[in-house]
Design a protein around this ligand. Structure first.
Ligand code: HEM
Length: 471
């Protein structure tokens, strides 16, 4: 069939201009808001052209759920996102498709579990990191502290201990460099320019401008990941794997006679790269944004501390199991994730075959944005979507209640692979920090601006300092 016929019954959308499509209608700083606005005219399933690429945008929980969950296989593909492709050269769990992605995902989930993710041993590891974090913050008693670096370090150490088999000292120069590179890449990827790069990579690659910072940092990151992998290749011992990378290397050796294997060196590099980047910036940004919210609303911080004192006390270490009795704390953590809306436009998906969706025909390989922002702020599901309100997750008896529109990790077959780990980290880091310390603002509470600094890919809070007090 001719291409024009395949695209004839696509969902409606604004009329595109030649070459640039509809990008003038999409605000580079807040693309998620432009898309929600557009859907008021074109409906919850629409086609928006990013340059010459048609993208089906799903707005609101019903459309997102119908696609990602009810037609799970069809919507489980990953689209080509130029900057992300650059990070891993299109390899690894996050960016591959089909059988290769299925095998890498299954292997990664099983291996993470074997190294304690979702179990007691990772809990111990998170608790240990949280203790270091408390110690570092205690050094700042009475003077302003920017928590960003410390939070990234603690979170990065958790994923590193599973993937690379070691944690790093906070002062380790290579480690500081690794985090700084990850941080710069995510920051640059969240700027409007990065979105423009993703639409016109072939033009922007040849023009001078700040897009080259991110391209340079990506190269540095690739070298760092390669050094970690190489060190493992040199030191791995058959039969006694130390970590995720060792298990992968053994699998790679086992499959060395299979020319069609997906367990290649490139996919090892790509998967390690996905796990370190995916496992660090998301969770540490949630903690950093969350603490900013808790210093703006000291009464909410106080209520969490009261619940910690009642359920856990001041002596015993918090356990993940405690969350079942800590309804208010759970509600606040969920509300932090909803309100900060970390990945408003999600990672772009693609259809894996031709499909009919709500009467429209969507060809195989079409890019799809399941707009997470539109679920987390869907007024059909949240009483006061634009204000921070822990009651969104509490019933009339003050018990925690889930909400189906809570999709910060997305849904369906591509759902965040680190969801379980991230939830455990958020609960334990918040409770251990607040069991030992109180955090207060340096500026007047009314001056704390909770709106994001950048938000085109990840919503990042404005930089801030806080004051730390012992409890
Ligand atoms: C608060 C923390 C986190 C948030 C909000 C988050 C969010 C997301 C989102 C929205 C996606 C895209 C899902 C989709 O394509 O539909 C994703 C994918 C992914 N995340 Fe996370 N994530 C978090 C933590 C983590 C952690 C700790 C890890 C490491 C274990 C991780 C590893 C990944 C990987 C590997 C993917 C790609 C999955 C695939 O394509 O099959 N994430 N995450």
């Amino acid at each position: 069939r001719k291409d024009s016929a395949r695209y004839a019954k696509m969902p409606p959308g604004p009329t595109p201009l030649p070459l640039i499509g509809n990008i003038l209608k999409v605000n580079g700083r807040t693309p998620h808001e432009s898309l929600v606005k557009m859907s008021k005219t074109y409906g919850p399933v629409m086609t928006v052209k990013f340059g010459s690429q048609p993208v089906v945008v799903l707005v609101g929980l019903d459309a997102v759920h119908e696609a990602l969950v009810q037609q799970a296989d069809v919507f489980a593909g990953r689209a080509n996102i130029p900057l992300f492709m650059k990070v891993t050269d299109g390899t690894g769990i996050g960016m591959t498709n089909g059988e290769c992605w299925k095998q890498l995902r299954r292997f990664s989930m099983a291996t993470l579990k074997d190294f304690g993710v979702g179990k007691r041993s990772i809990e111990d590891c998170i608790r240990e990191e949280a203790k270091y974090l408390v110690k570092e913050f205690q050094k700042y008693e009475g003077s302003p502290c920017d928590p960003m670096y410390f939070l990234s370090t603690a979170v990065c150490n958790v994923i590193c201990s599973v993937v690379c088999g070691e944690r790093f000292e906070y002062q380790d120069e290579n480690f500081i460099e690794l985090m700084s590179v990850i941080n710069t890449i995510i920051y640059q990827m969240s700027t409007p320019l990065a979105q423009l790069y993703n639409v016109f990579p072939n033009i922007l690659r040849f023009l001078p401008g700040p897009q080259h910072i991110v391209l340079q940092k990506i190269k540095e990151y690739q070298k760092m990941v390669a050094a970690i992998v190489e060190k493992h290749m040199d030191t791995v011992t058959a039969g006694s794997p130390r970590d995720f990378i060792d298990v992968y290397i053994m699998k790679m050796k086992q499959e060395s006679n299979n020319p069609g294997t997906n367990f290649t060196y490139e996919n090892l590099h790509g998967t390690v790269s996905n796990l370190l980047m995916g496992g660090t910036e998301t969770t540490s940004t949630t903690l950093r944004y969350g603490l900013l919210i808790l210093i703006k609303y000291p009464h909410i911080q106080g209520k969490i501390q009261h619940e910690i004192d009642t359920v856990i006390g001041r002596e015993r270490n918090p356990a993940y199991e405690d969350r079942k009795k800590m309804h208010y704390t759970e509600a606040v953590i969920h509300e932090i994730q909803r309100f900060i809306d970390l990945a408003p436009v999600n990672l772009m998906h693609a259809t894996t075959k031709d499909t009919i969706f709500r009467g429209y025909t969507i060809p195989s390989g079409t890019a799809v944005i399941p707009l997470l922002h539109s679920c987390l702020f869907d007024s059909k599901h949240w009483e006061t979507p634009y204000s921070f309100n822990p009651n969104h997750f509490l019933d009339e008896n003050g018990c925690f209640k889930m909400n189906p529109a809570f999709l910060p990790f997305s849904a369906g077959k591509r759902v965040c692979l680190g969801e379980g780990l991230a939830r455990m980290e958020l609960f334990l880091f918040f409770t251990i920090l607040l069991q030992n310390l109180s955090f207060r603002s340096i500026v007047k509470l009314a001056e704390i601006n909770l709106s994001p600094d950048e938000s085109s890919f990840v919503k990042l809070p404005r930089p801030y300092n806080f004051l730390v007090y012992p409890r």
